[in-house]
Design a protein around this ligand. Structure first.
Ligand SMILES: *Cc1c(COP(=O)(O)O)cnc(C)c1O
Length: 464
């Protein structure tokens, strides 16, 4: 594609389109892109990636959780435009693999701004991390300690503890991650015997919590584990409160309300941290938000590439039914309108199945032709040759024509990262835009001015 605004490989956003506030409605911008593609005889699905929205999330974060340094979970959306933007804004990164680490280091991010938060690391990845000084990493079992001791003995270790089961979350992590609370003391003793360098505690409450008071117990528990570590002589100084911060407001759940104390208007997540880890203790607090930063920033546009109208009753025709009824199709409610769009559950909508992301479809209406026909029984399918590639199995939509476009908001989290190229369907393009003023922010120095190990002598490793 000869389009210099398309930001696919290199993550540049110098040619970012700015639109201030609400002055240019989203639909106008979508139309502009549709026409641009049409002028090039293209009809690929595309995203508007609103960096202004990401920036306002960062501002909210810094206002409500000023003490907590965010390390963006790269797995949530590793699009170069996102990682580059967050790197420039001074955010750190949570990486889970060699490739994620490599992508972030290639942006010029200092290794001290990366936490290797996956507690299961293959040895070759550990060697890679060691070679590139990415030394802050999670563990939750003796077997990981043995491996780290062999491949990166000087790593600074964060003990990932399991959280309690009470907190209601959509995606539980306790089945796979975290040292059970009762075993943390034993694991720390083993680390001590091996002369490993444990510097902190982490947890992840799970994905998409369904209650606002989801962090308090975990922070309290982390404090207990901290105390054990300190008593054993470890220089514990990092608390990592993980991810799970909501990406959008849903019902009672919103970032601003997480652990809120009614009436104070402040998040008590910060308050609880202060209670157990007073700033005077010098504990550094970090977090690994993923969906928080990107969910609302990506709007997806897809094209209706094909259509089929069937009488559903006829699908299950009997052997003896006459095959010819005079050529008439009765236009009643038994007719099912099937629309095939150019992304499906094997593509960018994989997050609907795996992450259980709610979707809401909107028709990109032509302004001059805003007549809406009566709603019909409709089904929306993806473009692949799989029968189960069905995005919406039962909905009512006004009749739509081949060539029209739908759009879906809030598609930034776990969409690209879970999508496959099944059947050779291209993944969407990304057009970076900016809906807020002062965006992008002035570039900050990429090198960390405040290394994560501030004040701690790495030589202590093995000898503390
Ligand atoms: C996935 C993940 C995150 C991000 O989770 P969100 O729900 O997107 O905030 C953070 N930390 C770890 C270790 C993860 O695995």
């Amino acid at each position: 594609m000869e389009n210099d605004r398309v930001c696919k490989e290199n993550g540049e956003y110098d040619d970012l389109e700015l639109y201030a506030g609400e002055s240019l409605p989203l639909e106008d911008l979508l139309w502009e892109k549709v026409s641009l593609l049409q002028s090039q005889n293209q009809d690929i699905a595309f995203f508007l990636a609103d960096l202004g929205e990401i920036y306002s999330k960062l501002e909210d974060w810094r206002r409500l959780l000023p003490r907590v340094e965010p390390f963006f979970a790269v797995k949530c959306n590793s699009q170069p435009v996102v990682t580059r933007f967050l790197a420039d804004a001074g955010v750190g990164f949570d990486c889970a693999s060699k490739m994620e680490i490599e992508q972030i280091l290639n942006l010029g991010v200092h290794p001290s701004r990366i936490v290797y938060a996956n507690p299961f690391k293959q040895s070759s990845y550990l060697t890679y991390a060691a070679r590139h000084n990415v030394d802050l990493m999670a563990f939750d079992d003796i077997h990981e300690l043995i491996k780290i001791n062999e491949y990166f003995p000087c790593a600074r270790l964060i003990l990932r503890m399991a959280t309690r089961g009470e907190v209601k979350v959509l995606h539980k992590f306790n089945n796979k991650f975290g040292c059970p609370l009762k075993q943390c003391g034993m694991l720390l003793t083993q680390a001590l015997d091996m002369k490993m360098n444990v510097v902190g505690v982490s947890f992840h409450i799970g994905g998409q919590p369904e209650q606002v008071d989801c962090f308090s117990t975990a922070i309290e528990d982390a404090h207990q584990v901290f105390k054990i570590g300190l008593a054993l002589g470890f220089q514990m100084h990092i608390l990592d409160i993980g991810g799970g911060f909501p990406g959008r407001d849903m019902g009672n759940i919103s970032f601003a309300k997480t652990d809120s104390i009614p009436g104070t208007g402040s998040t008590s997540c910060e308050h609880i941290i202060r209670q157990y880890f007073p700033p005077s203790d010098g504990v550094r607090v970090i977090a690994e938000p993923g969906r928080y930063f990107v969910t609302t920033s990506f709007t997806l546009a897809v094209k209706v590439i094909a259509k089929k109208v069937v009488n559903e009753a006829d699908i299950s025709a009997n052997k003896n039914d006459s095959l010819y009824n005079g050529g008439n199709m009765i236009d009643d409610d038994s007719l099912l309108h099937m629309y095939i769009i150019n992304q499906g559950i094997y593509g960018i909508f994989a997050n609907v199945v795996i992450d259980k992301a709610p979707i809401s479809l909107q028709l990109l209406q032509e302004k001059e032709n805003s007549q809406v026909s009566r709603p019909r029984r409709s089904k929306i399918f993806g473009p692949t040759c799989a029968g189960c590639d069905c995005l919406m199995s039962e909905c009512r939509l006004p009749e739509v024509q081949v060539g029209q476009w739908f759009y879906f908001r809030n598609m930034g989290a776990y969409s690209f990262s879970l999508a496959s190229g099944f059947n050779g369907i291209e993944l969407p393009l990304v057009f970076p835009v900016c809906s807020k003023q002062n965006c992008p922010p002035k570039k900050q120095p990429l090198k960390s001015t405040q290394p994560i190990n501030a004040g701690i002598d790495l030589q202590l490793c093995k000898h503390f």
